[in-house]
Design a protein around this ligand. Sequence first.
Ligand code: MD3
Ligand code: FE
Length: 206
Amino acid sequence: WTEPLAPGAVILRRLARDEAGDLLRTVMEIAAVNPFQHRITPGGYRMSVAMTNCGNLGWYSDRRGYRYSEQDAESNRPWPPMPASFLALAQRAAGLAGFKDFAPDACLINRYAPGAKMSLHQDKDEKDLSQPIVSVSLGLPAVFQFGGFERSDAVQRVLLEQGDVVVWGGPSRLRFHGIQPLKPGVHPDAGAFRYNLTFRRAGMAH
Ligand code: MD3
Ligand code: FE
């Protein structure tokens, strides 16, 4: 079922529930080739979230900044291609939210261990901010924080569980958001972790 969260943002609860096990197996295949890494922020902090990517462009940070790149800086090889199942899910979700021609070229895969969090931030490294972002939650539940357009604005808290898909577009695209520290637990499909797939159009649409 769909739940509007704010103008341009909609939660598609459990949309990916039945395919979650398959998605997780595919994540493990990608991570076997391009391992999860804890990147360093430009401020010099090690991120508690571990990340890898698939698709033409992958997001990462180091002391020089945040950016998208066609290569994994660690291996100097291109990222693994975006699996057809990932692309189909992202496009189905975007379509349900009213975004007809979503063509993601980047899929960031975040892995949260207990205590890992993502502080309030905006996603603005993409070239075309009229394109939405689709996120897919897998594994342990997490509390998502959805704020306003200033870091100090009040946040709504939303529990995201395995199979929940959220589409963030339109006026919600630049809202501050984050993930509260993950509570320890054991998930039947994902063990001690939460995973999040984030589909984006990072480069210029044609
Ligand atoms: C709301 N990831 O990787 S996904 C990120 O669960 C990120 O790993 C979180 O924020 C995670 O940048 C949240 C949900 C999400 C993604 C992008 C958004 C929410 C958003 C962009 C604008 C507003
Ligand atoms: Fe984000």
